[in-house]
Ligand binder design. Structure first.
Ligand SMILES: CC(C)(COP(=O)(O)OP(=O)(O)OC[C@H]1O[C@@H](n2cnc3c(N)ncnc32)[C@H](O)[C@@H]1OP(=O)(O)O)[C@@H](O)C(=O)NCCC(=O)NCCS
Length: 194
């Protein structure tokens, strides 16, 4: 039996230890970490997976990023404890979090990773999307949560700045609400606060 729950502050030290175990030293020097600095993660989509006794087996995290004016979910890191790899837990974390992202109204997801693994979830190499260097362009992958969502979305991937209207409630997009509607609502909210 497994427990799959959103990551809390209580989980975070354990998740960090798991990531240290699963990734090479210096993981935080990767360019994707530059896009996460000072930006809150998407709390509804950062999940921890524990066994029935509470032992941490895996975790997945997401951050909001932007390409021009378009909101994009940056998936990663995802990690499964070495003693339970190859049992389908990575796939469980991927499928469950992506389903939740779709439910929340996110339109497109990207990551930097191995196509042979992520292609099984529908990820494909993204053309014309540039991560901060140094990133191997062959590892820049994307998935559409809504048909056509990557069409015409190209350029540099940048941090989701806190004062951008879409940052307001970015992790809680109501289902069915378009980005334009979300941004209009966020602008109203910002105006009301200022
Ligand atoms: C990548 C990772 C999350 C996958 O989790 P998992 O629970 O082992 O994966 P699953 O059980 O769902 O899938 C296992 C399959 O994926 C394959 N696989 C795992 N990592 C792979 C990779 N980097 N490239 C290609 N295939 C990979 C396995 O060979 C296995 O293949 P099979 O189904 O043909 O036997 C896990 O191996 C891990 O934590 N690795 C170290 C950290 C890492 O590299 N994270 C990803 C980068 S963000």
């Amino acid at each position: 039996m497994y427990q799959l729950c959103p990551e809390t502050d209580h989980d975070t030290p354990e998740v960090e230890a798991l990531l240290d175990l699963c990734f090479a030293p210096g993981r935080t020097a990767l360019s994707s970490y530059r896009l996460r600095e000072g930006v809150p993660h998407v709390s509804d989509l950062c999940l921890v997976l524990r066994d029935g006794t509470g032992v941490l087996l895996g975790a997945i995290r997401y951050w909001p990023v932007r390409i021009g004016d378009d909101a994009v979910l940056l998936l990663g890191p995802v990690a499964v404890h070495p003693t339970t790899q190859g049992e389908g837990l990575g796939a469980l974390l991927m499928r469950e979090s992506l389903a939740r992202a779709r439910e929340l109204g996110w339109q497109r997801v990207m990551l930097v990773g191995d196509l042979p693994y992520y292609s099984r979830f529908g990820f494909e190499k993204l053309e014309g999307v540039e991560m901060p260097p140094p990133t191997n362009p062959d590892r820049v992958l994307g998935l559409e949560l809504v048909a056509g969502a990557w069409t015409g979305v190209t350029g540099h991937v940048t941090r989701q700045l806190a004062d951008h209207p879409a940052a307001v409630d970015a992790d809680r997009l109501p289902r069915g609400e378009s980005r334009a509607e979300t941004e209009a609502r966020a602008s109203e909210k910002l105006s009301a606060q200022s």
